[in-house]
Write a protein that binds this ligand. Structure first.
Ligand SMILES: Nc1ncnc2c1ncn2[C@@H]1O[C@H](COP(=O)(O)OP(=O)(O)OP(=O)(O)O)[C@@H](O)[C@H]1O
Length: 363
């Protein structure tokens, strides 16, 4: 196990800055997910940590050891890492046990120590009955577990996982998520998990690093990312947040303030220490809004779309006071209004986004 510390990492491809001053640290034993849309720089970051590429600026440390900087480059095989790829990368001509043993053989570990460690690793991923099978005769989930066992057997100080569930179907993904979570609990290994799937990141990670266009936008627990996004990009990317302009009507008190949004007053959450006045940006989740009761203030809107989600409807509605805004809210079955009907929407909660987007600022 080891701590990972990345300080102002930079990586260029020609004139494009694929990593732009990325700083983050992963605690010993922590499970960190790196989340972002395609092309945001996740794989580039993983390749720097693994040592597949050379860094142009900044530093990467594993434990106390400097492994990457513009001047230093420790090769991947000397970083004590385990890597699990999306593609499994198993040898088809070797049995499961031989695949798992491979890294030990290369490292000069011999039987009976090697056999003992292979059996323990297969046991850990629940595959001890499969040692003599070839990978071609395993399911996708079983192959991914072999890849996990192969990575673990070398007792890495840090495990990097590059979209390991991307090739699996929905059901298998869910059971492999459990598998990864249990595995992390049992071993306490420091893990960095790359994914573009926020549900996966939320379910697994202690903290999530959200990336966009080569920059780290926020590093926080899943709950803090959802409830208190730091900027507009994170607010709209995570949990389908709606970002709306709001006028601040009162100074924050105990982490709450009064705002006017779409012509309606509401009390919403904000940072207790934030100096707020004038205009702000408000993040609303579907669960923050609902149909207004008769005696409650509400935003007048027209239902544009209803989609059944199993037990409830997702309703999309366009407020009459904001032609370019669509609000989405969840309504219990049976549908309380039909497409085209007028409704009133109450704003029950929300979050004042503390920062305008750092990328907007840079632009
Ligand atoms: N070897 C390379 N040469 C030039 N550009 C590159 C190279 N590798 C990556 N890039 C560019 O750097 C940016 C980040 O790529 P990266 O592969 O890290 O994204 P990603 O977040 O992992 O995306 P995905 O989820 O699609 O794999 C992209 O714009 C990509 O085109």
């Amino acid at each position: 196990m080891a701590r990972l510390t990345i300080d102002r990492a930079q990586k260029r491809f020609g004139s494009y800055l694929a990593l732009d001053d990325v700083s983050l640290d992963v605690e010993d034993g922590e499970f960190l997910a790196v989340l972002g849309a395609s092309g945001c720089g996740k794989t580039t970051l993983l390749r720097q940590i693994a040592g597949f590429d050379k860094l142009d600026g900044g530093t990467i440390r594993i434990g106390d050891r400097l492994v990457s900087s513009a001047e230093t480059h420790i090769p991947p095989e000397h970083r004590k890492l385990g890597i699990v790829f999306q593609s499994y990368a198993l040898w088809p001509h070797m049995t499961v046990a031989e695949n798992v043993a491979y890294g030990l053989t290369v490292a000069g570990v011999r039987d009976p120590e090697r056999a003992r460690r292979v059996a323990a690793a297969l046991d850990l991923v629940g595959l001890n009955g499969f040692a003599e099978r070839r990978p071609g005769l395993l399911s996708g989930g079983q192959r991914q577990r072999v890849a996990l066992a192969r990575c673990l057997v070398t007792e890495p100080s840090l495990v990097l996982l590059d979209e390991p569930l991307a090739n699996l179907d929905v059901h298998l993904r869910a059971s492999m998520e459990d598998e990864f979570a249990r595995f992390h609990e049992r071993t306490g290994t420091t893990m960095v998990y790359i994914t573009h799937d926020q549900a996966e990141a939320m379910a697994l990670a202690d903290r999530i690093a959200v990336m966009d266009r080569g920059r780290l936008l926020q590093l926080a627990t899943p709950s803090a990312l959802y409830r208190e996004p730091a900027n507009t990009t994170v607010a709209s990317f995570i949990g389908e947040g709606m970002v709306l302009p709001a006028a601040v009507l009162s100074a924050p008190q105990a982490g709450r303030c009064r705002v006017s949004v779409l012509g309606v007053e509401a009390v919403v959450r904000c940072r207790p220490d934030q100096a707020l006045s004038g205009q702000a940006k408000l993040c609303l989740r579907a669960r923050d809004i609902g149909l207004a009761a008769a005696d409650q203030a509400g935003v007048s809107a027209a239902v544009e779309r209803l989609s059944y989600q199993g037990g409830f409807f997702r309703m999309e509605a366009r407020p009459s006071a904001g032609a370019d805004i669509v609000l989405h809210l969840d309504a219990a079955e049976p549908a309380p209004a039909q497409t085209g009907e007028a409704i009133r929407i109450a704003i029950n909660d929300g979050w004042i986004i503390p920062d305008s987007d750092p990328l907007d600022k840079a632009a």
